[in-house]
Design a protein around this ligand. Structure first.
Ligand SMILES: [Zn+2]
Length: 96
């Protein structure tokens, strides 16, 4: 026998950037698309930050700020090392 009851179900109706607070939901022709970048880490025993977890939701603009900062840092790390790949405009792209 099936027994039925009404239940409230929570669903995600919006998601915002943790930096600028803008929505990462983009409306295209009446449909909402979630376009969100994420920066996350869960540090373990061998880390200096053992037990710390980070998770930031990022809009496209703030994601690029983080990406460009990391790309610039990579440039400074390999600046005088010709044996390592120097970052270009495709830095971080999954297809690279
Ligand atoms: Zn943002």
């Amino acid at each position: 026998m099936k027994i039925y009851a009404e239940r409230l179900i929570e669903t995600v109706v919006d998601r915002t950037c943790d930096v600028c607070s803008e929505s990462v939901m983009i409306d295209v022709a009446g449909h909402k698309y979630e376009e969100c970048g994420e920066l996350k880490a869960a540090w373990g025993y061998a880390s200096k930050q053992d037990g710390d977890s980070y998770h930031l939701d990022l809009c496209e603009s703030c994601f690029k700020v983080a990406l460009f900062a990391l790309r610039d840092h990579r440039r400074s790390v390999v600046m005088f090392d010709d044996e390592q790949k120097h970052p270009d405009d495709k830095f971080g792209l999954a297809s690279e």
